[in-house]
Design a protein around this ligand. Structure first.
Ligand SMILES: *[C@@H]1O[C@H](CO)[C@@H](O)[C@H](O)[C@H]1NC(C)=O
Length: 265
């Protein structure tokens, strides 16, 4: 066989391997807080609720979220690892809370935080004599006691094929981004070596230069011309909106006029 033929065949085989369509999530995967999803700095975390490294990294992650506010977008994705037996169930729990609370981020982040804090309850060894329904029941009682959602709501969500699918699609999404373990952190789409050993200062040493290079601190416009309106769309960020433009929180002045292709005039 000629080399070209071999390469052509190889190409066909590789395309065969890579073209399996990962299901497209019904909305961008994950749960995000802080600034808009297209902020200058987007930090993503792939987490497994029963992964000790994720638990260890989480308090600093919360500090990063707190200290940057709307200057960065933080988004986590569930990525249950197969060798943490109850991880898929605990991950589906995230999607159940999201479903029941209509994606209330406080509830979602509270669930993740509390599951991390009580992680040892659902480790492999701790649950080795339990059936899966017993583990689900234990999580349901847990969220009920925390008043995140009721036990019945949680159990119904855990029995929902749709939410089970959503959890699978989320995992496949992580695979499609080459995630192989947790916690995996990405900044603006690129994997960074961040882990539980990183302090807030370590995060700042990476994030601050990116923010600075993007000039995200535009000087506040003191007064807008008479025909324009002042729009403080984020702390310390002000724009003057032209007539017809709307002041959108976290975004700025935008026009929504379909007939004019979203231009005001
Ligand atoms: C919750 O799940 C139900 C059933 O799968 C679905 O019909 C509904 O749209 C979901 N709600 C939200 C807010 O995701």
């Amino acid at each position: 066989m000629e080399f070209t033929t071999i390469f052509a065949l190889l190409g066909v085989i590789l395309v065969g391997f890579t073209s399996a369509q990962v299901p497209i999530p019904s909305h961008p995967d994950g749960y995000g807080v802080g600034g808009p999803a297209d902020a200058h700095v987007v930090v993503e975390m792939f987490l497994d609720p029963l992964c000790p490294d994720c638990k260890a990294a989480w308090p600093t992650v919360l500090q990063v979220i707190q200290s940057y506010g709307t200057k960065i977008h933080f988004r986590f994705h569930t990525f249950p690892l197969p060798y943490h037996t109850n991880s898929f169930v605990a991950s589906q729990g995230v999607h159940v809370i999201a479903n029941v609370t209509n994606r209330n981020l406080d509830s979602i982040f509270l669930y993740v935080t509390k599951v991390f804090e009580n992680q040892e309850k659902w480790y492999n060894d701790a649950t080795k004599t339990m059936t899966m329904p017993q583990v689900v029941d234990s999580l349901a009682t847990f969220v009920d006691q925390l008043s995140i959602v009721t036990k019945d709501q949680f159990l119904a969500g855990m029995a929902s094929d749709d939410i089970n699918d959503e959890t699978r699609i989320s995992w496949k999404y992580g695979c499609s981004r080459n995630v192989v373990g947790t916690a995996t952190f990405l900044i603006n789409g690129v994997v960074v070596s961040a882990d539980a050993s990183w302090s807030l200062a370590d995060w700042q040493s990476v994030i601050d230069p990116i923010l600075a290079s993007n000039g995200v601190a535009p000087s506040k416009v003191k007064t807008c011309p008479p025909d324009q309106t002042e729009c403080t769309y984020a702390p310390h960020k002000t724009q003057c909106c032209l007539p017809g433009e709307h002041c959108i929180k976290n975004v700025g002045c935008r026009c929504f006029n379909l007939k004019l292709g979203n231009k005001c005039f």
